[in-house]
Write a protein that binds this ligand. Sequence first.
Ligand SMILES: Cc1cc2nc3c(=O)[nH]c(=O)nc-3n(C[C@H](O)[C@H](O)[C@H](O)COP(=O)(O)O)c2cc1C
Length: 498
Amino acid sequence: MIVTNELGRLALAGACCVAYGAICLIPWRHWRHRRANAGAVAAGGWIVAYASQTGIGEELAQQTAATLRLAGIAVRLCELSDLDAAALQGAERALFIASTYGEGDAPDGGASFAGKLMTRDLPLPRLHYAVLALGDSSYAHFCGFGRALDAWLAAQGAQPLFPRVDVDRGATADIAPWRQHLSHMAGTSDAPDWEAPAFTPWRLAARRLLNPGSAGAPVYHLELEPDGLADEEVPVGPAPREAAFTEAASVGSVSQSAKLRRSATGEPQGRESLQPPGRLPAWQSGDLVQVAPAAEPDRPREYSIASIPADGRLHLLVRLLRHADGSTGVASGWLCEQAGVGGLVPLRLRQHRRFRLEDNATQPLILIGNGSGIAGLRGHLRARVAAGQGRNWLLFGERNRAHDFHYGEELAAWQQEGLLARVDLAFSRDQPERLYVQDVLRQAGDELRAWINDGAAVYVCGSLEGMAGGVDRTLRDLLGDAAVDALASAGRYRRDVY
Ligand SMILES: Cc1cc2nc3c(=O)[nH]c(=O)nc-3n(C[C@H](O)[C@H](O)[C@H](O)COP(=O)(O)O)c2cc1C
């Protein structure tokens, strides 16, 4: 844009000053928030610290802090790894909410606490504490990290306020004792009930097999709309570029807007046409959904969202799990095969703060993933494309290019338009020796350093086993441990791995 008159130039200069001021205010507000939090503890407040990967523990920590604050108690609410030795030794009361990942390991937000503090002795004779441990009893190390944290605190001489509370798959009944202890300690017997997760019906509007002929398990692209949305007048979002739907909702349940969306398939869409549809609930790229399968409604499964609200529908990528006896996974079998297109799926949106763009929204992005991990990365790419941000570098791995290059055409189109600056692919079985995404990352060490120096953030989505560990080792080999740890604590290294 060229501004020719004096008034225009002045207005532009003023706007730039305001924007610059707003950017400068962000770190100051963070610092002020931290100082206020720390002050709460100095003034005899409580620490509520959480280590949560997908946000369930974080939500419970927020509810815990809210209950205490309702009773007039000052609270420092923070991630576990934000606690240092001095803060712990200075505190008299601390509540820990900790989930478990890997094989009994800490989630990312507790990893540095586990590595730096829990490996040493730290006398805590003043501290009174309680632990809410989140886990899943189908894992060998049920609530492993919460248990380890509890044992370490006790070994440091800290006094338990009440026995550790273990929660299996987020069960409300398991959380109840924690709430009761809390209300009792806070003296708030009238504390409001914590909201149970609300699932709402979403209509499965389309389903498409993404990898016909693949040597791996089938992967499906699913599109969902809140029930009732299809019958309402909704502004039309762009269709995904690859929308050769093999299944679609029966005509009776498809709205004009949905038909329009499909008829627009393949046509180039101006970015300015990306308007969030009216009644679609809000979510951000990086967020998750929980699906409650009809056969096991009490055991919801989580999936990364592969679209943004401006797309008009919620997209998921689901790999069909097949057991050795030939039966399919309860949730994936239902979503990929048994649920009819046009049928209803109980679904709940979940904020996944640890994997959102947040401050990285305007920075260069390095997106690394494999297999169905492309779902979470695609969500970010769609957000970046919508915002006209082209400094994106995707490193993606799968088995064979011919069958498993999910969303390949869409990615190629973004590359052509300058919205995807670089793509590195690792198709493990397309050459005699196996090649993985961490290998192509290692080959691009100089480029990686250049992007990081330019302020890039790294997002990793996909398999915990093999991929995430391999990528982490490669990043550490190329950048050094200190740099990777600094990226993680600055929110510039984020993972959604499973
Ligand atoms: C990849 C992966 C590994 C997990 N490993 C364990 C484990 O070893 N032990 C356990 O009790 N739970 C394990 N869980 C379950 C989580 O701890 C559980 O879902 C928890 O409620 C998540 O809470 P959060 O959202 O706060 O991270 C694992 C979950 C995932 C996705």
